[in-house]
Write a protein that binds this ligand. Structure first.
Ligand code: FES
Length: 111
């Protein structure tokens, strides 16, 4: 009976796992805050660029950390991370060139 739907035991977790994406990402860069429209599948770095922001970047493969920024609200997952330590990730740091939002509201701040 593999066609039977699996009962959901935990609503909020199940919703997040289904792939929540925001309509926009709030990005703070150089002291300015911008609401950048988000397109599903784009990274945070791509979203910043599409909004006309000069977000820092270099390798764009997740190795240099030039693009790092901190998620201060919401969540994101990285496709690749060869630069950040686990404690940095725990503190909310992401490599924006590899980061895809995973919550309906996301705020990211560059330092
Ligand atoms: S630009 Fe190098 S890790 Fe993102």
């Amino acid at each position: 009976m593999s066609d039977e739907p699996t009962p959901l035991r935990n609503g909020p977790v199940a919703t997040a796992a289904a792939g929540a994406v925001p309509d926009e990402i709030t990005i703070k860069l150089d002291g300015r805050t911008t609401a950048a429209p988000y397109s599903a599948g784009d990274t945070i770095l791509q979203t910043a660029r599409m909004a006309g922001l000069q977000a820092p970047s270099s390798c764009e493969i997740g190795s240099c950390a030039t693009c790092m920024a901190r998620i201060t609200h919401g969540s994101a997952r990285m496709l690749n991370n060869d630069a950040l330590e686990p404690d940095e990730v725990d503190e909310g740091w992401v490599l924006t060139c590899q980061a895809l939002p995973t919550s309906c509201t996301v705020r990211v701040e560059y330092e």
